[in-house]
Each structure stands twice: as C-alpha cells, then as structure tokens.
Design a protein around this ligand. Structure first.
Ligand SMILES: [Zn+2]
Length: 406
C-alpha cells in the first residue's frame, strides 16, 4: 500500500483512541454498568481489567507496543458461511491454535470489534469470556501450562461490519453489477471481521473455508485445497501454510472474469497466476498485467529468493479505497485498474509484487518500522521500470506504450 494511504489509516486509528480518551465516563458505563455487556456468567472482575487494552478511567492504552505476546498464535482456521452477499453478514467458527510463552496463561485479550460472539470453548468446555467494544478477553482457570498447544473455538456472527470487510451490494438497475465482498486489513481493521492479535508482531498460518452461493468465486491467501459446488452452494478451502501476519489475511468473493497470465510459456512457469477483473475489461487487463511473470522472475533473481507463496492472485474489486494492497499471495486493486493505462498499472504491479517479499515474507514488527516495507516496494517499482518494463516495451513493440500513455 502507498505511504499516503497508510498514514490515513494510522490517523483514523489514533482518532478512535483519542475519542475514547475523551469519553471515559461513557466507556465505563458501556463496559461495566450493563448486564447486557457481560458475556456468560461473568461479573466484571479484576482479571478483566488487568488484561484489558485500555484504561477505562483515562482511555490510555495499557499495552506496551508492540503489544505483549502472552501466547504464540500458531494457526487460525476460519469457517465462514455467507447466505446472501446482499445481507452483508456471515456466520463463523474460528479455531485458534496457540501455546503460552514465557509463563502459564491465565487470561488473554484479543482484538474483536462489532462481532456478536455466541460461544467460546476449549476442549468442548465453555471458556469464561468478557467482550467490550474493542476486545475479547478469555480466562483460563487453572492457567494453561507453558509450551503446551491449545485450541479455542469461537462462534460468532459478523453483521454489517463497520470496516475491514466491505460488502458491495448488487444493483437491480444494473444486472451486471453483482454483489462483491473484499477485505482490507492494513493497518488494524481485520479485527472487524475475525478475532485476532491484530498487530504485526505475530505470525501464524491461516486457513479459510468459505461457504457461499453457487457460482461465486472466492480468493484468499495460500493455495486452493479444494472447491466443491453442488449447484446450490459452493465451498472454497484455502490454506496459507507459511506463517504471515493478521493484517495480510485476505478474502474476496464475487463474479469475475479470470485471466491466466502464467503458464509453461511464461517467464515464471509453475506458479499459478490469475487476474480477477470485471467482465468486459479482459482485453485491457490482459495487456496491462501480462508482464507480471517477467517481474516475478526478475525479482527472484534480484533478491536471490524464490517467490515465497504458492500462487499469485491479483484481484480488481469494486469500492476498494486503498489503491492496491499486498495481501499475502492475493493482491487487491481498485476498480480503476481495469482501465488504467499500462505505464501506471505496471508500476503499481511491481510495487505490490515487491511487498510479497518485503512486508509479507519479512514483516515489520511494529508500525514505526513500516518504512523499510514501503522503501523496498518503491525501489522494486523503480528498478522494475528500468530493467523490465522499459526494455520489454522497446523489445516488444513501441506502440504498446505509446498508444495508451501518450
Ligand atoms: Zn506499498
């Protein structure tokens, strides 16, 4: 993502914290005064306060940054069901595998905003939990022993998320304008659609199993394990089996034209590469994205490191606010890239592609170190232009560039 978009995201985040700091009384009422706010059997207890993210009196953030890692999150399996994309909601079962580090774990706090959490279990037994506007806190009594893997299962409903997961409804006046869903997690908005340690100092493998109406395409991180479609419902199963960070977890659902830009004859055979684009834009997008294999081969040689992931999707979606975003193995682009001139598009492709190494394979531990991610991406954009884009343009046909960018 560009520096400007990232600064805007962090500004929004600091504004939310600032508003909370101005309203301690309102927060205290919401958090502690209402029985409706208490999940399960709990009265608010000291252990909740001791592991909370914010001081209720002052709004001050109690966590050290990067936030303390009480446990090591190893794997997230997220099973989701969308009955109808126009409903703007889904039900989910999230399984988190983790192990305590440093000491036995008596309580952990996860980021979760606006999720209707209906159950939390560990080994089929209910877990005491407390939810407020920002977090979900779990209590373990006796504490979970050091170094032993555990699995918690969280059942919830996500209904009209405020941000993080964006629903574009269909339009009765435009039959081709079909419903879509896309995510955008940077810097800290994925917490609006799944429970997470939503900060880049934690990495884990992820797995999304997405149940949608038949005929819809689904993209997420990693490789496609399976796809079943019985003509009524379809289930897509993606596995990201190399660890990555929460903000790069991605989901896109919709109807797209799919363009295969890889293949045995490409500069990077063996790596599946598909571009998802609105119907009717296939010819332009096939032209503007066609050098992606050349760029991947070039960066592999330049960085002396193979492309890190199992496939590379590039997805052009509606109402995407951030220009383009380097989600692990599945970069998202704004609708404008279905029509954007070649010279502009190729620079952004190179930028997001460089992030697959710098940002995704190697990730900043905290946001003040974001600049190496963006510095490398800017370097990749420039060097690709000098060593790949311009030489290929001269070698192929000058009319390719001159026609679209004059
Ligand atoms: Zn970037």
């Amino acid at each position: 993502m560009s520096d400007r978009m990232m600064r805007q995201g962090l500004l929004r985040l600091s504004t939310i914290v600032g508003i909370a700091a101005l309203c301690p009384a309102a927060m205290a009422d919401d958090l502690g005064g209402s029985e409706a706010c208490l999940a399960g059997k709990l009265q608010r207890a000291d252990w909740v306060q001791s592991s909370k993210a914010l001081d209720e009196e002052t709004g001050r953030d109690l966590r050290h940054f990067p936030p303390d890692r009480i446990v090591d999150y190893l794997h997230m399996k997220l099973q989701m069901r969308f009955d109808d994309l126009d409903d703007m909601r889904f039900t989910a079962t999230e399984t988190l595998r983790f192990e305590p580090i440093g000491t036995a774990a008596s309580a952990i706090t996860l980021d979760a905003v606006g999720l209707d959490i209906t159950a939390v279990t560990l080994d089929n037994s209910a877990v005491e939990h407390y939810q407020d506007d920002e977090t979900l806190t779990l209590r373990f009594d006796p504490p979970l022993p050091l170094g032993q893997p555990q699995e918690i299962v969280i059942e919830y409903v996500c209904d009209h998320p405020y941000t993080g997961l964006f629903f574009t409804p269909s339009s009765p006046q435009a039959p081709h304008y079909t419903a879509q869903v896309h995510s955008h997690g940077q810097p800290e908005t994925n917490r609006h659609w799944f429970v997470s340690h939503d900060f880049p100092n934690e990495r884990m493998t992820t797995e999304l199993i997405v149940d949608v109406p038949s005929g819809l395409a689904v993209s997420s991180n990693g490789r496609l394990v399976s796809h079943r479609d019985d003509g009524r419902r379809a289930v897509w199963h993606y596995l990201q089996d190399k660890p990555h960070v929460y903000y790069l977890v991605s989901l896109v659902i919709g109807r797209f034209a799919e363009i295969d830009i890889g293949g045995a004859d490409s500069a990077r055979p063996g790596l599946p590469m598909t571009v998802f684009t609105p119907f009717g834009t296939e010819a332009h997008v096939a032209m503007t994205f066609r050098r992606t294999p050349d760029m991947i081969a070039y960066f592999e040689a330049l960085f002396d490191e193979p492309f890190p992931w199992d496939k590379y999707h590039q997805l052009i979606v509606r109402n995407f606010a951030a220009g383009a975003m380097e989600n692990t193995s599945a970069t998202t682009f704004a609708t404008s890239f279905a029509r954007t001139p070649l010279a502009v598009t190729e620079g952004i492709i190179a930028h997001e592609l460089t992030h697959q190494w710098f940002g995704d394979l190697v990730t900043c531990k905290s946001w003040e170190h974001l600049w190496p991610n963006e510095g490398w991406a800017s370097y990749g954009e420039a060097t690709s232009s000098a060593h790949i884009i311009m030489p290929l343009s001269r070698g192929l046909a000058t009319n390719t560039v001159s026609k679209c960018c004059a």
